[in-house]
Design a protein around this ligand. Structure first.
Ligand SMILES: NC(=O)c1ccc[n+]([C@@H]2O[C@H](COP(=O)([O-])OP(=O)(O)OC[C@H]3O[C@@H](n4cnc5c(N)ncnc54)[C@H](OP(=O)(O)O)[C@@H]3O)[C@@H](O)[C@H]2O)c1
Length: 239
């Protein structure tokens, strides 16, 4: 299958690119600042193709949108996220940060997914996989208002995509991971990480490779699996 993943050159995205490329799929991945990492991925997996796309740049997003039909994608993985996960408590966050978080993250995802769905409807097949967060299911971390609200918006869109497109043989599923060590979480204090590991039933943090396995499962799954969310949080929401 032809797969397009946003934010594929680092962290979870890179783990997904590796897993999917190893499984023999054609992978187009977007990158923004991780230029060297993108080049390295292409050296390792020559069938992968990088596409530069800055979600904060309208031209880049529209350019990617316009390429979707030509790339003839079968699968879209919405993975990129720009901006911090943890800011400050809600009442201290400048109100404009919420609009910026939405403009930088939700709007590009809407524009790219609309183009993907238009293309999928013509070919009567498609899969959308959206990366959310287990913070939507478990207790959200304090300070994550902008991040969690953006993910909640995408969570609802992912459900709508599933319902509206099921008859067109297009599915929309999501994956909601707990905390992983990536650039997005590099500011998390080591003591906090140690505490999370100590309290974890497996005494280990979730890894990007484990999440990539769940994404690969959805990629290979029957079109009967639609509107599902795979939560990777070691049952920490179950009281
Ligand atoms: N790490 C966690 O604990 C965790 C937990 C739950 C869910 N997630 C989700 O997993 C996904 C990947 O995050 P990650 O943990 O792998 O962190 P990451 O390594 O920081 O990855 C973020 C990705 O988004 C891309 N990105 C950043 N700014 C961008 C921009 N302006 N335009 C376009 N792309 C941009 C990055 O590309 P460049 O590197 O090329 O700039 C990178 O590939 C995100 O959706 C995140 O919310 C992460």
């Amino acid at each position: 299958m032809n797969v397009l993943i946003t934010g594929g050159s680092s962290g979870l995205g890179a783990a997904i690119v590796r897993k999917i490329a190893e499984a023999g799929h054609k992978v187009y991945f977007t990158f923004n600042s991780s230029v060297e990492a993108a080049e390295l991925l292409v050296q390792q997996f020559p069938s992968c193709e990088p596409v530069r796309c800055d979600f904060k740049n309208e031209y880049d997003v529209n350019n990617l949108k316009d390429q979707i039909a030509m790339l003839d994608i079968d699968v879209l993985i919405n993975n990129a996220y720009t901006g911090a996960v943890i800011k400050s408590h809600f009442y201290k966050i400048p109100a404009t940060d919420f609009l910026k978080g939405f403009t930088d993250n939700v709007m590009p995802t809407i524009i790219i997914t609309q183009a993907a769905i238009s293309h999928f409807r013509k070919k009567k097949f498609g899969k959308i996989i959206t990366i959310l967060t287990s913070g939507l299911i478990s207790t959200p971390p304090a300070g994550s208002a902008v991040y969690n609200a953006n993910k909640a918006y995408l969570q609802q869109l992912a459900k709508i995509w599933a319902v509206e497109n099921a008859r067109h043989n297009i599915v929309s599923n999501s994956v909601s991971p707990a905390l992983m060590r990536t650039a997005l979480t590099e500011d998390v204090d080591e003591r906090v990480l140690d505490q999370i590991i100590e309290n974890h039933p497996l005494k280990a943090l979730l890894t990007p490779a484990e999440v990539a396995d769940a994404v690969l499962f959805l990629l290979n799954a029957s079109q009967q699996i639609n509107g599902m969310d795979i939560v990777l949080n070691a049952a920490s929401n179950i009281k």
